[in-house]
Design a protein around this ligand. Structure first.
Ligand code: TTP
Ligand code: MG
Length: 356
């Protein structure tokens, strides 16, 4: 009856690779990234996390929190190589593998090449095999769908796993913080809080209609997820074509500064997803929906792929200044990055934007 889904995620991935390859870094607080003024931390070793150093934190803040922090420049080719090794291991168990980034993937092991009926034991075996092959540890979440498996993989991190059995799903979801739900970033979380929604239990008190009204098409997802339902299949050929995010205001806004602040939060969230998915597009798009529901979009394609927040934001802020705010207030603002290097993808981005 139930599907068996595993989410595997490597522990402190870039940092663990660096500690593996340089014994002098083992047991030490390290950050992968550049330590200079505009640098950000890609990830930190668990030793550095004790001091509060986190992914996407400005390097100067990180240094302040952890004075002895050692910065190590990233070696993407090595991370990529490890990524290929772990994907090969996954495929020994099932063809239904959906990589989400270099270090994480969903696996559907309902039916599997080893004829092993226990997803829990499969996850253990995979983690052991990853360790033997790469010298690195991974954590796993096991449950009946992607939404639950992904949350569960964080519960016994590092080097652990956690199972959410069908009979425990309801309680598990009720107790989740709203921030843990798929699709809830900082902006949506603020909106949820404004409506008194802090946990899965709170979310479940809303009807589907109410949630759609508040959150658009994500409202359907939130309604289902609050009930532990997620019918998304494993997508074996998932390629990121664009990443976008938008927010509808509780009250319309007409002030450029306030709108720019909102745009900044959206851009931050989009950028952190770009980093996680290793997706670096070239086209920035801003979307504005006015009080009368008229929608405009403005796009700009850069010469180079966007790999750094500051330069992306500098362009976006300029684009925002060009948008006409004289006529009427704004009810929604959106921010997206697409990949314009490929014509086909470009069309797709435009299509997606018109569907927004
Ligand atoms: P994560 O799996 O989010 O983090 P992690 O593997 O470092 O740590 P955890 O044990 O909590 O899973 O991301 C995987 C890699 O992606 C991470 O090692 C570095 C990169 N990354 C960034 O470059 N920037 C980011 O903001 C994030 C979140 C990740
Ligand atoms: Mg990880």
């Amino acid at each position: 009856m139930w599907r068996k889904i595993i989410h595997i995620d490597m522990d402190a991935f870039y940092a663990s690779v660096e500690q593996r390859d340089n014994p002098q870094l083992r047991g030490k607080a390290i950050a992968v990234g550049y330590g200079e003024a505009r640098g950000v931390v890609s990830t930190a070793s668990y030793e550095a996390r004790k001091f509060g150093v986190r992914s996407a934190m400005p390097s100067l803040t990180a240094r302040h929190k952890c004075p002895g922090l050692i910065f190590v420049p990233p070696r993407f080719d090595v991370y990529h190589e490890v990524s290929m090794q772990i994907r090969e291991i996954f495929r020994e168990y099932t063809d239904l593998v959906e990589p989400l980034s270099l270090d994480e993937a969903f696996l559907d092991v309902t039916v599997n090449h080893k004829n092993n009926p226990s997803a829990t034991l499969i996850a253990k075996e995979i983690r052991k095999q990853i360790f033997e092959t790469t010298g690195l540890t991974a954590s796993a979440g096991i449950s009946i769908n992607k939404f639950l498996a992904k949350i569960a993989s964080d519960y016994n991190k590092p080097n652990g796993q956690f199972v959410v059995l069908p009979e425990n799903v309801e309680k598990f979801v009720e107790n989740l913080k709203i921030e843990q739900f798929f699709g809830v970033g900082k902006v949506t979380a603020r909106k949820m809080h404004a409506h008194g929604i802090f946990t899965g239990y709170d979310l479940k008190q809303y009807t589907e209609m109410e949630l759609v009204k508040l959150f658009g098409k994500m409202g359907h997802e939130f309604y289902l997820h609050a009930r532990g339902i997620d019918n998304r299949e494993i997508e074996i050929n998932r390629i990121t074509k664009s990443i976008s995010n938008e927010t509808t205001f509780l009250q319309n806004k007409d002030n450029l500064i306030l709108l720019t602040v909102e745009l900044y939060h959206l851009a931050k969230e989009v950028f952190s997803r770009m980093q996680k998915e290793n997706f670096f597009g070239k086209t920035i798009t801003i979307k504005v929906k006015y009080a009368d529901f008229k929608i405009i979009t403005r796009s700009k394609t850069l010469m180079q792929k966007i790999t750094e927040f500051h330069s992306m934001w500098t362009v976006a802020r300029e684009m925002m200044k060009q948008i006409d705010l004289s006529g009427q207030p704004v009810r929604l603002i959106g921010f997206g990055v697409g990949n314009a290097s490929d014509e086909l993808v470009k069309k797709q981005v435009q299509m997606e934007l018109s569907l927004f």
